[in-house]
Design a protein around this ligand. Structure first.
Ligand code: SF4
Length: 347
């Protein structure tokens, strides 16, 4: 028996071609495309504006491989973490972070099973990278968490961050395709301005984002303001020094004009001194930056601890006084291991 192809791996011209070869009319491709990417269809039977024969043809030759919600955990602060099972049995996690007062409902999506980078403060980095997610598996997380958001908060998602498991710029094509499906009018129709891709810092690929003139925002997981410290906690820095990274971000800003955010997890006694703040200030001066200082969440077997509140308040105040747009982010979803860097801790 012929093996069925995953229909969501076809691009639009390929889908059109398949239908023409089957003797169908071209416009059917658009209908099917909308079922898959706009309405989140999980089976061909749902595609009720197609003829029964066409649905049978599709079922015979193609399949849809949706992700399945396997475990949902609710935090006391409203955060919801979902563990999804993929068609091949692997697991990934997504987190819904609601801020109802600001009408801000953000999903943090994963882009790989595991991660090949080994950032010291991150639970995902303790797993090996198993595989990249398909564009459909990334979009599914948005579709499923959007349903949760409507159900729990009566509000659709407003923001998407690629900040879950995996390094987005190491699965560039799939991430770009997923964003295309999320933003296109034939897809979910969300604004790219509501999307932020977060990277551990791969300069070559940041230049590629600049060349590709992407419309979404970029966040750099900075976490240390000099190379010695950054090498210690993020081995990727050894091939992507801060100088090289800042040059790439400058190119990104010049080419796209899109917002750049620095994420900075405050680690007690490691990167929270006033000397660190002064070095960080220099990095924030090269192009407009939004700085998020994040409370650290301990993961099993690691030596770091969370910075003391007065220390971190002083650190943030120093930068704010110098004109940096700083936000101090208390962690969300800690009780369910959904906070930054905690995904896959217990999976
Ligand atoms: S922080 Fe991101 S890039 Fe680093 S190990 Fe964790 S998932 Fe991978």
């Amino acid at each position: 028996m012929e093996t069925q192809r995953d229909i969501r791996l076809l691009n639009f011209p390929e889908l059109e071609q398949q239908l023409l070869e089957a003797g169908e009319q071209k416009f059917r491709a658009k209908q099917i495309w909308q079922w898959i990417w706009q309405k989140g269809a999980r089976s061909f039977e749902e595609m009720t504006n197609l003829s029964v024969e066409l649905r049978q043809f599709l079922s015979l030759h193609f399949e849809i491989k949706p992700i399945k919600s396997e475990k949902i955990q609710l935090s006391t602060d409203g955060t919801i973490k979902t563990r999804f099972q993929l068609h091949d049995g692997h697991f990934i996690e997504s987190v819904l972070i609601p801020v109802p007062n600001d009408e801000r409902f953000t999903v943090c999506v994963s882009c790989q099973v595991g991660c090949s980078l080994t950032c010291k403060f991150c639970a995902t980095g303790k797993m090996k990278r198993i595989r990249n997610l398909d564009p459909g598996e990334i979009v599914d997380q948005v579709v499923e968490v959007n349903k949760q958001c409507l159900e729990h908060f009566n509000h659709p998602l407003t923001n998407i961050v690629y900040m879950g498991m995996g390094e987005p710029l190491l699965t560039y094509q799939n991430v770009m395709k997923s964003i295309e499906r999320i933003t296109s009018p034939d897809g979910l129709g969300m604004s790219p301005k509501r999307i932020t891709v977060s990277t551990a810092g791969i300069a070559k690929m940041i230049h590629k984002l600049a060349e590709d003139q992407v419309k979404f925002n970029l966040a750099l997981s900075l976490h240390a303001a000099n190379d010695v410290k950054r090498n210690e906690i993020m081995p990727i820095n050894e091939q992507n020094s801060l100088q090289v990274l800042m040059d790439s971000l400058d190119a990104f800003y010049q080419q796209t004009g899109n917002r750049i955010t620095f994420e900075y997890i405050a680690l007690n006694g490691f990167n929270d001194t006033m000397e660190d703040a002064a070095q960080l200030l220099k990095l924030c001066r090269r192009f407009p930056v939004k700085l998020n200082i994040i409370e650290y969440n301990p993961i099993e077997g690691e030596v770091f601890s969370k910075s003391d509140d007065p220390v971190i308040n002083r650190f943030a105040a120093f930068l704010a006084e110098k004109g940096v747009a700083v936000t101090l982010r208390r962690s969300r979803g800690k009780d369910i291991d959904a906070a930054c860097g905690q995904l896959a801790n217990k999976a």
